[in-house]
Write a protein that binds this ligand. Structure first.
Ligand code: PGA
Length: 252
């Protein structure tokens, strides 16, 4: 019932040449958009070039944005500016932004609200640190992140959000959450969304897993009932490995 999503997060990697080479290699290979939403989130300086060359079944996203429309915010990109690039997705609240660039639950909420105004599909990232997991507080922690992110978000808007559960200890470490751990927390996220919006809405919101996803472990993760796709860093950098992830999502 929920359409799978496979999103690559290139982070601060790939030059323009490398990015275009990748796009040309996958454009004709990605499954129809009606079957899988395939998204590449790239650096702002590449967005316009990528959007111009994206195949009809591929979408391009940004990795962050400011929540204000314009103003004196040196070095920042507004949703309005993103809109002019033609991107249709934006990552919001990635843990690297939260940890290294002081993003808070409040700014994440403001960014989410701004995304709706500009018709950008937000991929909202949440996830706990190793310490939180070891203290047994994962569900409580992630539940609080979700509640704060969704504050003042209407039912109609909530339906457009893609949530990505990314345990911080699993990102870029090669240490994937087990399919059961991922499913448990993602089911807990769906329960919070049910408490906020009711079952009918919560059952339609896509929730992805992210954190050291590879072609070798993706199938088992996608077999879980509540996992609707993945947000992938490292394994999205090679066209062949990204395509195998996308095809796994197609066969979910
Ligand atoms: P990774 O990154 O797949 O390299 O662990 C995931 C992410 O940060 O979105």
């Amino acid at each position: 019932m929920r359409k799978p999503v496979m999103a690559g997060n290139w982070k601060m990697n790939k030059t323009r040449d490398e990015a275009l080479q990748f796009i040309y290699a996958i454009n004709q290979e990605v499954p129809p958009f009606e079957e899988v939403e395939t998204v590449i989130c790239a650096s702002d300086v590449l967005l316009r070039d990528l959007v111009k060359r994206q195949g009809e079944d591929l979408k391009i996203g940004a990795q962050n944005m400011h929540f204000k429309e314009k103003g004196a915010f040196t070095g920042e990109t507004s949703p309005r500016l993103l809109e002019t690039t033609g991107v249709s997705y934006v990552l919001i609240g990635h843990s690297e932004r939260r940890e290294m660039f002081n993003e808070t639950d409040e700014s994440v909420n403001q960014k989410l609200l701004a995304a709706f105004e500009y018709d950008l599909t937000p991929i909202l990232c949440v996830g706990e640190s190793l310490q939180v997991r070891e203290e047994g507080k994962t569900d409580l922690y992630v539940e609080a992140q979700i509640k704060k992110a969704f504050s003042n978000v209407s039912k109609e808007e909530a339906l457009t959000v893609i949530v990505a559960y990314e345990p911080i200890w699993a990102i870029g470490t090669g240490k994937t959450a087990t399919p059961m751990q991922a499913e448990e927390t993602i089911a807990a996220i769906r329960t919070v969304l049910t408490s906020l919006y009711g079952k009918e809405i919560a059952d339609q919101i896509r929730i992805l897993y992210g954190g050291s996803v590879t072609p070798a472990n993706v199938k088992e993760l996608l077999q879980q009932k509540n996992i609707d796709g993945a947000l992938v860093g490292g394994a999205s950098l090679e066209a062949s490995s990204f395509l195998s992830l996308v095809n796994a999502a197609k066969n979910k």
